[in-house]
Design a protein. Structure first.
Length: 178
């Protein structure tokens, strides 16, 4: 059994607090020009949808859901509580390479633990350091015990590239005297 959850798009959790006079497109443009952003800012831009699966589901069901949704990891939950993360990497290393059956192995048997997570107030740089030091590619984002989203290394790299592009354009405009 899997679940998809999404917060309201106009419900910012941190970072870019939307003023009622701004359109969503203007807000995204304004957020893109921030060089050092928080995870909350990224979630406000990309969305808060999270896919999760029960710890009692089979690894096969988890891999099938990841393939269907074109994602690399699922959050493992029980009664709205985050238990861990299962990723394609977990499947490869803990099931496929060990000759186990994905149809018989339960998600709870291979989830990554302890949980490495971030808050909406963590900076992009802090999250990159966390991911590097713990060798993970996905970070659940929590406000206290409440799950508010997930960010991947790809999300952080895309944000960094966009921020650098915006900074370059700002510098060009400044130099040109615009």
């Amino acid at each position: 059994m899997w679940h998809a959850r999404e917060r309201q798009r106009n419900d910012p959790i941190s970072g870019c607090v939307r003023e009622s006079s701004r359109t969503a497109q203007e807000e995204r443009r304004r957020c893109r020009m921030i060089i050092s952003a928080t995870v909350g800012t990224i979630l406000n831009q990309k969305g808060h949808q999270v896919y999760s699966i029960s710890a009692e589901a089979t690894v096969f069901e988890a891999i099938q859901l990841m393939a269907d949704k074109n994602i690399g990891a699922l959050l493992v939950t029980s009664e709205e509580k985050l238990l861990g993360v299962i990723s394609e990497r977990d499947y490869t290393r803990k099931v496929a390479l060990k000759g186990r059956s994905s149809r018989e192995t339960k998600v709870r048997e291979i989830i990554s633990s302890p949980i490495v997570s971030a808050t909406p107030d963590h900076s992009v740089e802090e999250c990159m350091r966390l991911m590097t030091s713990h060798r993970v590619r996905h970070l659940p984002v929590l406000c206290g015990e409440k799950l508010v989203g997930i960010v991947s290394i790809g999300d952080l790299v895309n944000w960094t590239i966009s921020a650098q592009d915006a900074a370059i354009e700002q510098l060009k405009s400044y130099i040109a005297g615009l």
